[in-house]
Design a protein around this ligand. Structure first.
Ligand code: UD1
Length: 427
């Protein structure tokens, strides 16, 4: 194994772990990010609890502060936001390029202040990430959209609070697009209907928060959102839902290591697609409200899956599931239906001895394979999770570089894994 030095943090993982014990799931990354942007819609305090300490939250927090928003960590996962002092309506491009959610300041700024500008969003390199759905939604609400160099500029013709409700067909049920347009529509005069909106739990959570702030959104959880515009929103306190992707990642890790793990604060009610696949693989799954117990089978079975919009299997669990299937008996065929470049993890898994043939957005995985420790990289947040899971069961030591990608979405990941019996060091 060749080892080279790099400035970025890395994990060193000794394989052969059988995960046992309890793990507590943190607040959801994507729900936190959307909720933070919603604070721009009111002058009053928005208090969020159960906010994870992850770098995506820090980056968005910095961006909000640069706009003039107060972002204060109160300790114990509590975050106070106050958008009353926002005087700048343009997101600095160096912060926008770091994560996708940053573009979601556009909707609330446009609605509340009549003007918003931003460079295209960043985030993982998991494929083309257009923003046409966001921009079309803003346009339908009466905004003028223009391009100024790199930046998109959205302007409401008559200034702050002058958007007008409309019937909007979302060309694709984009998660952040639905959230962005919903945040613009809550302060638009009259009625808005969003057709083909995303139904992801994080979209539902945002709608509930907005309603707690005084918005009038119905149809929550369906693809048809009905919004009656209001003149202003007020402050609110909300607990961020637990992270279904983190819970899913630990469930997969428990299953593939043949372990026995209790997962506390697991949002079981929104994890059906994953749990059905784990059961089909032979895993024993006990579920109760907010609690999961996962016991891995002696011999895992292969399954086929497609990564789909909710309630299908989450694209963010595609890569970790693919790693699990390297340990299953038989051939598994998987398809990615959401993003066009989700297969980055394949090259890293191949270095560890996996038998995967991938073409385009599909892969055929043959298992079980005895994986070997290697020097690999976390190429994005979920590809990083996939490679980490491989390291858990590999023979020998795996060094994973660039784990700053994992820091974007997983709170205290090494600490949680150590508590389950994994030998993992951060350096
Ligand atoms: C969000 C999540 C991400 C998750 C994804 C899908 C956040 C911060 N990130 O990303 O973790 O993997 O949902 O569940 O919440 N698309 C368009 N036009 C648009 C926008 C998107 O065609 O204007 C397409 C994209 O090319 C992609 C698909 O929609 O193929 C999904 O993207 P989208 O739902 O927007 O994902 P994000 O909101 O970026």
């Amino acid at each position: 194994m060749s080892v080279h030095r790099s400035a970025a943090p890395r994990y060193t993982v000794t394989g052969g772990a059988v995960l046992r014990g309890k793990v507590q799931i943190s607040g959801a990354k994507n729900a936190s990010l959307a909720a933070m942007c919603a604070a721009l819609l009111t002058d009053e305090d928005v208090i969020l609890t159960n906010v994870p300490k992850i770098s995506d939250v820090d980056t968005l927090g910095e961006l909000l502060v640069s706009l003039g928003c107060v972002v204060e960590r109160l300790g114990n996962g509590r975050l106070r936001l106050n958008g009353g002092g926002v005087r700048l309506f343009e997101a600095p491009s160096e912060l926008i390029s770091e994560n996708r959610a940053s573009f979601q300041v556009m909707g609330p700024l446009l609605a509340a202040h009549g003007y918003a500008a931003s460079a295209p969003p960043g985030g993982d390199v998991i494929g083309q990430r257009p923003i046409d759905v966001h921009l079309e939604g803003f346009r339908a609400l009466g905004a003028r959209i223009s391009r100024d160099g790199e930046r998109y500029v959205a302007e409401a013709a008559d200034g702050p609070l002058s958007l007008k409700g409309a019937r909007i067909f979302m060309d694709y049920p984009s998660v952040s697009g639905s959230q962005n347009v919903m945040m613009a529509a809550v302060l638009a005069s009259g009625h808005t209907t969003m057709v083909n909106a995303a139904t992801e739990p994080e979209v539902q959570e945002l709608a509930h928060l907005l309603n707690a702030m005084g918005a009038k959104i119905s149809g929550i959880g369906s693809q048809m959102l009905e919004i009656d515009g209001v003149r202003e929103l007020h402050g609110a306190t909300a607990r961020i839902m637990p992270d279904r992707i983190e819970a899913g990642t630990f469930a997969i890790a428990a299953a593939m290591s043949g372990g026995d793990v209790e997962i506390d604060d697991a949002p079981c009610g929104v994890m059906d697609a994953l749990l059905a696949k784990l059961i089909a693989m032979g895993t024993s799954v006990d579920r109760a409200e907010g609690h999961l117990r996962i016991r891995g089978a002696r011999e895992l079975k292969s399954v086929n899956f497609q990564a789909l919009p909710y309630p299908g299997l989450a694209t963010d669990l595609h890569a970790p599931m693919a790693t699990a299937l390297t340990q299953a008996h038989g051939v598994s065929v998987i398809h990615e239906r959401v993003f066009d470049n989700r297969m980055l993890y394949v090259t890293e898994l191949l270095k560890m001895g996996a038998r995967i043939v991938s073409t385009g957005n599909s892969a055929i995985i043959t298992g079980p394979t005895a994986l070997n420790g290697a020097h690999v990289r976390a190429l994005d947040v979920r590809a990083g999770a996939a490679i980490l899971l491989a390291a858990l069961v590999a023979d020998g030591v795996t060094v994973i570089d660039d784990i700053q990608h994992l820091d974007r979405g997983y709170e205290h990941l090494d600490t949680k894994l150590r508590a389950l019996g994994v030998q993992i060091e951060r350096s």
